[in-house]
Design a protein around this ligand. Structure first.
Ligand code: FES
Ligand code: FE2
Length: 472
């Protein structure tokens, strides 16, 4: 037994030393945006991961909940900020607060359910209970055991420093010095509004949380969806031939050649990225029967044009659109799936997915959206299964002694970006490039090198407000 303990200690010391050696490499050397090179250490190294928890997940605005998931006072939803377990609770006055799901006595969880409605959260261990506003409301044997000397006001649940909402999406942030949520989202709002504000009824997430544990580093699925149009025609060739109901040549998929006019890779928006087709319908190309949703699009197209302008109303609404909000939120209006990635160590994530809809959609269309999301991007989704194996293998192939010394590349279409009339951001033509991934790793590096928010650069390249877009 002693031997085992000593051996664990030695291994711990060795791991710490290895970490120190790796950090001596310094973050600047791990990513080279100019050549599109990344060291494989960033997918496997424990010390780098601990720094990500501090400088990325401890600093950025992170998605917590959609307001449709906690409509009534007392409604709560449990989620994660990095590896920190958090409860988000609708208050009596309608506002939303969030707290660490950790008892201030001995650290146990105070909430075990995923979601629900509660008047109090009572800890399983010794029975302390906390009100929905986080206050310590009850302590068993308070007078006998603490002699009436416990200052309850010092033992409330720890609140998330900042909680803010953008059109139904609630985010939290641990860093008091972060920019406002609106400034953080920057020009990505131009694209977010294609879901959140296209129709007067607004947006909702459908169904329960679909959770999947995957053996991948958290950055790999994010970069896959944020910019990797290259893999569509290859990794998903089988899935697409099984479910594709429309001609997708405009999306540059199916290995049918690269169509530079059919879509955009948009980056340069404070680390947020968008891949967007421009045909206004292709989001629904994987629906076995796209007729009901196409009728909905046709019936409401003019409304959306009136609200968002021609560029978004005609070209983007209904098209395949992949939106990434740095660091770990992805939503695909059109394909209608919405996802966060919760890191669980350098080599594992929990991937949480919901179907997304507009409240104005007929119930039959919402049902169809939920079914199709499960069929394509969900626990048993054809597309997710294609991606999962590739991403897990890329992670595993970065863990070896020799492979950890190697690099990987996102150097496609380097230097071929610029402005596109009517759109914000630094744009590469088409969906097949690695333009967005380079910006993702650039943002990762900027955060990892910065001591605080003041050192994180702000950039909304070719910024274009919604109003300007109307007249573009
Ligand atoms: S750990 Fe929660 S009451 Fe003791
Ligand atoms: Fe994929």
């Amino acid at each position: 037994m002693l031997w085992v303990q000593r051996r664990h200690r030695e291994q711990g010391t060795r791991a710490a030393l290895m970490g120190a050696v790796c950090m001596a490499l310094d973050i600047a050397s791990l990513v080279d945006t100019g050549t599109g090179r990344q060291s494989r250490l960033i997918y496997a190294n424990e010390e780098i991961y601990r720094q990500e928890l501090e400088r990325i997940f401890g600093r950025c605005w992170l998605f917590l909940v959609h307001t449709s998931q906690i409509p009534k006072p007392g409604d709560y939803f449990r989620t994660f900020m990095g590896e920190d377990d958090v409860i988000v609770i609708r208050q009596k006055d309608g506002s939303i607060k969030a707290f660490l799901n950790s008892c201030t006595h001995r650290g146990n969880r105070v909430c075990r359910a995923d979601r629900g409605n509660a008047r109090a959260f009572t800890c399983n261990y010794h029975g302390w209970s906390f009100a929905p506003d986080g206050a310590l409301a009850g302590v068993p044997l308070e007078n006998e055991a603490y002699f009436g000397e416990l200052d309850r006001s010092k033992f409330g649940l720890v609140p998330v420093t900042k909680v803010s909402e953008y059109k139904g999406l609630v985010f939290g942030c641990w860093d008091a010095n972060s920019p406002s949520l609106e400034d953080y989202l920057g020009d990505a709002k131009f694209f977010l509004d294609v879901w959140l504000d296209a129709m007067p009824g607004g947006s909702a997430l459908l169904g329960e949380t679909q959770k999947m544990v995957l053996g991948t580093n958290w950055k790999l699925p994010v970069e896959n969806v944020c910019g990797d149009g290259y893999h569509l025609g290859w990794a998903h060739a089988g899935a697409m031939s099984a479910v594709q109901s429309m001609d997708l040549t405009g999306l540059s998929v199916g290995n049918s050649g690269v169509d530079l006019d059919g879509g955009l890779s948009v980056a340069g928006m404070n680390g947020h990225m968008v891949l967007s087709a421009l045909d206004g319908v292709s989001g629904y190309a994987f629906y076995p029967d796209p007729k009901p949703i196409l009728e909905y699009l046709e019936a409401n197209r003019q409304t959306v044009i009136d609200r968002l302008g021609e560029v978004r109303g005609k070209q983007v609404w209904g098209a395949q659109v992949n939106i990434t909000i740095f660091p770990n939120l992805q939503l695909l209006p059109g394909l209608n799936w919405f996802r966060v990635y919760h890191p669980k160590g350098p080599g594992q994530i929990e991937q949480w997915t919901w179907a997304m809809a507009e409240n104005d959609m007929p119930e039959a269309v919402k049902t169809q959206i939920l079914e199709n999301q499960c069929l394509t991007f969900g626990l048993a989704g054809l597309f997710d299964n294609d991606d999962g194996d590739n991403l897990a293998a890329c992670t595993e192939q970065s863990r070896g002694w020799r492979t950890a010394q190697m690099d990987v590349y996102t150097n496609m279409a380097l230097g071929r970006s610029g402005k596109r009339e009517g759109f914000p951001g630094d744009i590469a033509a088409g969906l097949v490039s690695e333009h967005n991934q380079r910006y993702f790793y650039r943002r990762w590096q900027e955060h990892m090198m910065a001591e605080n928010w003041a050192e994180v650069p702000t950039y909304n390249i070719n910024s274009l407000t919604a109003q300007e877009a109307e007249h573009a």
